[in-house]
Structures are given as C-alpha cells and as structure tokens.
Design a protein around this ligand. Structure first.
Ligand SMILES: [Zn+2]
Ligand SMILES: [Zn+2]
Length: 314
C-alpha cells in the first residue's frame, strides 16, 4: 500500500481532484489509523444498543395507552425490572464478547479488502452492497436460526434469546455468547463477498442492529417506512416466533419473509393470520382480557394438527 501523506498525493493517486466529501474524509482521517476507524464500530454499537431501543422501551414500561393499539401483544408488558436486567445482560455480553471480537477481527477485515481511504464509495455502490449484505445475511441467518431450534442447540444456547416471549427492543441482542458468535458469521459473509468502504461497513452494522431492534420492539406501527420494503417481516412477524417459543417451527428469517415461504416454515403464522382476518381469533380483545399473546387455548380448537404442532397455548 502506498502511504499518501498529503492531499496532493491523494489527488495524483486518484487522477482527479477530491470531491467535497472526500476532502472532508481525508482531513478527518488521514492521521488516524485504519484500526482506530474500525474500532469506532464499538462506540457506534454501544450507542445503538443503548439509545435506539429507548423510545420503544419507554412506551412498553410506561404502558402508553395511545400506543397500545399498535402493540403486537396488547396488554402484555415487560416489568421494568426485567427490562433493566435485559439491558444489563446485553451490556455484559457487549463488553465481554462483542467488543473484544471487534478488537480482534481487524486482520480479517483488512484481509477481505475493506478500504479506509479515498476514494469514497458512490451512493449506488453503497446501496447495492447493503442490499447484497442484507440478502446474504437473511439467508444465512434463516438456516442457522432454524438449526438453533434443534435439541441441544436450543436448550443450551438459543433458549436464552427466547427468554422473552413478549419481545422488547432491548432483547434484540439478548442472546447466549455462542449465539452472538454463530449468528455474527452471516453478517460478515456479505462484506467478504463484496468488500466495500469502512463507511459502508459502519452503515451495514448500524442498519442490521436497528432492524433487529425494530423487529423485537413489540410494536407494529402502520407508518413505519419498513412496510414499504417488499417481503419485509417486521415486528409482528418475529413477535410470533418469540411468542410460540421453544417448539416454534415458524418464522426463522431475520429480515424478509420469503425464506420461510419457500421452505414452508410460515404455515402456522399464515394460518393464524387467516384466522385473525376471518375474525375467528379476536386479536386484541381476547389478548387484552387474558393478558396473553397471539393465542388463547380456545383458539387452537379446529386447528389442523400439522399447524398446531409447536404452537403454544398459554
Ligand atoms: Zn428462535
Ligand atoms: Zn428474536
């Protein structure tokens, strides 16, 4: 790698003048090591894990009435003590697993070809890479998550993430340390396949976490712009997976719905949606009265065995 010591050398190396944004990037980073830039991810992640869930968590803890109609499991709220414990566990895992992993993984990030200097990527390049990373991660996550629902893997590892049958946004990264490492793999496969700039990498990690936080929020707002994304799962989709719990054979995908549709692992969820639509399950009313989630015992009457298998009646 040629070490560029001034902006003129950078422009000669590029064969053109730096753009406004490239000039800013150069000024801000040319005296900073690539390792330091990569490690900024730790601060970004800490901030996202702490700040982004707060609006949803406050709606849940304060049981805000006007938001209740958007709650996926109306009337079911996590106790403030459980919410605080969840955050403390997430932070413990963050400082003992996620942070150290970041500190150690720089050689791998360097070797796959992530760039740190100028030129900056175009908006088109960033968008195409983010779409690819999301698709690759979603597909890999689907199969790993499905595998984690088997016997020993569920009992010893994935059951930790399922502790919250009524998800909340702090619970998005609430998982066994081994799960954090296992499900972290598909997150890095996309950047390894199509390495981009460190800015793209930061954006990717931030978007992935924000998506998981929204998906675990327990609230499904109609004005959420993610509803415009084709095949996007969202809060309600993943909430069902948590509500059913250990024996859930539905909704394994992390972002989109098509993997579950292709591999037939959305049958229970689709059936319940159909029942809600036909009014056979009074979603909301019954849940509010009984303080339970998606299903009541009576809701299982008439449900075909193939679909009721693994669906929990509280
Ligand atoms: Zn699961
Ligand atoms: Zn989850």
């Amino acid at each position: 790698m040629i070490l560029l010591t001034n902006i003129g050398q950078a422009e000669v190396a590029l064969g053109r003048s730096l753009t406004y944004w490239e000039g800013l990037w150069w000024e801000g980073t040319h005296n900073v090591s690539d390792y330091y830039l990569y490690c900024l991810n730790i601060i970004f992640l800490f901030t996202i894990f702490t700040i982004a869930p707060l609006p949803y968590v406050l709606l849940d803890v304060w049981k805000v009435k006007s938001a209740e109609k958007y709650k996926v499991q109306p009337g079911v709220h996590n106790a403030p003590s459980a919410t605080w414990r969840c955050y403390k566990v997430v932070m413990w895992t963050f400082f003992t697993v996620v942070g150290p992993l970041q500190l150690c993984s720089f050689p791998a990030v360097r070797s796959i070809g992530i760039r740190f200097g100028v030129p900056l990527p175009s908006v088109g390049e960033v968008c195409m890479q983010l779409v690819l990373y999301t698709m690759v991660e979603d597909y890999g996550n689907y199969w790993l998550h499905r595998w984690l629902h088997n016997g020993w893997w569920y009992d010893k590892i994935h059951s930790v993430h399922h502790e919250f049958a009524t998800p909340m946004s702090f619970a998005a990264p609430y998982a066994h340390w081994a799960e954090v490492m296992i499900l972290g793999v598909p997150t890095f496969v996309g950047p390894a396949m199509a390495p981009g700039h460190i800015i793209t990498f930061w954006l990717w990690i931030a978007i992935r976490q924000l998506e998981a936080i929204e998906t675990h929020s327990g609230y499904d707002f109609p004005w959420n712009p993610t509803r415009l994304i084709p095949f996007y799962g969202g809060a309600e989709y993943h909430d069902y997976h948590h509500f059913v719990g250990a024996k859930c054979s539905s909704n394994f995908a992390s972002v989109f719905t098509y993997c579950d549709w292709i591999y037939g692992t959305d049958k229970g969820y689709r059936y319940m949606k159909e029942m809600h639509k036909r009014g056979l399950v009074a979603k909301g009313q019954a849940q509010e009265q009984n303080g339970n989630g998606w299903l009541q015992k009576n809701d299982l009457k008439g449900l075909p065995a193939s679909l009721s298998e693994g669906i929990r009646a509280s």
